[in-house]
Design a protein around this ligand. Sequence first.
Ligand SMILES: *Cc1c(COP(=O)(O)O)cnc(C)c1O
Length: 313
Amino acid sequence: MCDMQPSPNVRVRINLARIKQNLQHVKIQTGVPVYAVVKADAYGLGAVKVAEAIKDITDGFCVFRLKEAIDAQLWQRTKKRVIALGPPEARLDPIPYIEQGVTPAVTTVEQAKALRAAKPILCVDTGMQRFACPPEQVAEVLSAGDIHEAFTHGTRIEHVEKLKKSVGRSDVKLHAAASALLHEPAAYLDAVRPGAALYDGAVHVSTRLAEVHESIGPAGYSGFVAPRHGVILAGYSNGLRKGVCSINGKTRNILEVGMQSAFVEIDECDKVGDEVVLLGESNPETLIAEQWPCSSQEVLVTLASSGVRVYES
Ligand SMILES: *Cc1c(COP(=O)(O)O)cnc(C)c1O
């Protein structure tokens, strides 16, 4: 995905109460500490707003890199722990991590030694095969950094089992579950790290019909044929792709996407100014993900960044 530009004609409504509810639900469901994943500006929803909304409920936060925690001032705002899940900064200097209340994730003896003072966490490779420690080096890295917490980015229960087996020590806290494993109690271990599950149903993206036309023949770049069509002022430069939208309660297709505009299916009743829902209750990210096709996370980060954000608490 390249960097998308927000369209001034698209409104992104973020329901902070829903995010709180989702988090509460995960806490009750799992009964273990929850580290809310707010990487990538909270999947495009705005890390500062999300962190402020959930700081009294969450046990901590996860970002990808240190800079994200600094930019959002997560420690200063929330006083909750922050884990940087991605590879550590190349300088391997523990000071900025300590100052920012951020736990670095390490994967090698060199990183573990250098960042020891920042109380690092070990990232174990259980199948993902990227910035993670191979199982056979786990013991060595744990002792190099005096490490007492390890995690893996797992999507299946066998990854969880592999984590437990690779670490094999009862004095090391373990976590594995992101959203995909929240239905598996055996994956909860000592904490969970949900991202997408927190944002489920919390984002509503809409624009308005800028024009409506009775088609006079093949239309658009592709010469699509439809009895009539509407035009919206959001296109692929804003992250939009072909799929479903919803107009006046009916599911409609996006017929063709241009740079900053797109054609949508309409019927006789639809008028200029009517709302076109690009992401909402009847066309959630899971449905759009099947059509684009991609992951729900990609739909969220793309559409949440596609317009002007407004927050509802
Ligand atoms: C992104 C990420 C998560 C959260 O993933 P979701 O599928 O959005 O819940 C958890 N753990 C790690 C290591 C991640 O990179």
